[in-house]
Design a protein. Structure first.
Length: 302
């Protein structure tokens, strides 16, 4: 069964060259990635080989794999004079990727430029990815509102992805960043959207990476503390990267099957068998991504 993976990362040559030209983080020294909040990371060049990644997509049974800027790099938070060249490099590389790849656009959140986003979306990007730490409170939604207005006007979705990790003093395990700050960011972003995003953007379709940090599982506590009665937003989706059957089952119990979409986070994690049955697999990989991207049910010719 072919399907869609809404969450992958694949750096094109222009972005790699732009990162290597920098002398301060985010930067690449050869294939060693330097960021402000994380230890140096040795990038595998094969992970950013489009031909190899296309083969993996075929092996994963995909007819579409959507790549996005790696928000933990912190590019979106740089001043415009630093972020714009990197954003242009990302967009140029992503737009040139072969099938089956599509891509999410990216935008500066330090100083918002809605006109720049409009121009980038004109190149055929499926929607916009923003870092979760830019959408964690009322102030973040006020700052990013012009970008989200563009998406609503165009009928395109938002993808919320973990942003850069804060600097931590002392040694931490290699898994710490993915399990603590990333998850915390997604948890906050899920509830901030409920409190501030949805009232301001009633028609916006949005997808939260890594099952929104499992925030939907806290629906019972939300109801107990006066935050609602467990209503499910049919246009607020979550994707499954780095989680397996137990987490997926818990989120399906909380939200139902219709707002869960398949995401792998390749090259950082392979897709998992969620063991939810063939009907759910079809929903996650085909029906639900189509509604996320197009805002309607997919119809079939008779």
């Amino acid at each position: 069964m072919p399907g869609v993976d809404v969450h992958q990362h694949l750096w094109g040559a222009p972005l790699i060259e732009a990162l290597r030209a920098r002398r301060t983080p985010p930067r690449l020294d050869g294939w060693t990635l330097h960021l402000h909040g994380e230890p140096p990371y040795e990038v595998d060049p094969a992970d950013h080989d489009p031909a190899r990644r296309a083969e993996l997509a075929a092996a994963d049974g995909l007819d579409s794999a959507l790549v996005s800027l790696s928000s933990p790099l912190g590019i979106e938070w740089l001043p415009p004079e630093d972020s714009r060249p990197l954003l242009d490099a990302y967009h140029d590389g992503a737009a040139a990727l072969p099938e089956p790849f599509g891509a999410w656009a990216a935008a500066c959140v330090r100083e918002v430029d809605a006109d720049a986003l409009d121009r980038d979306l004109d190149r055929g990007f499926v929607g916009l990815q923003l870092p979760a730490d830019a959408l964690a409170d009322a102030a973040g939604y006020a700052r990013c509102a012009p970008l989200l207005d563009v998406l609503e006007r165009r009928g395109l979705p938002l993808f919320v992805h973990p942003g850069p990790a804060p600097r931590i003093d002392g040694d931490v395990p290699a898994w710490w960043t993915a399990l603590v700050p990333y998850v915390q960011q997604m948890h906050a972003a899920w509830f901030a959207f409920r409190a501030y995003g949805r009232p301001r953007h009633p028609r916006l379709r949005v997808c939260f990476a890594l099952l929104a940090g499992l925030a939907p599982v806290h629906g019972e506590r939300l109801a107990a503390r006066g935050g609602g009665r467990g209503e499910v937003d049919p246009d607020a989706f979550v994707e499954t990267s780095s989680y397996g059957p137990r987490a997926a089952d818990a989120v399906v119990r909380a939200l139902g099957v219709d707002v869960v979409v398949h995401g792998s986070d390749r090259p950082y994690a392979p897709p998992a068998d969620l063991k939810q049955g063939e009907a759910a697999r079809h929903a996650f990989r085909v029906a639900n991504p189509y509604r996320l991207l197009h805002g309607k049910e997919r119809t079939h010719a008779v």
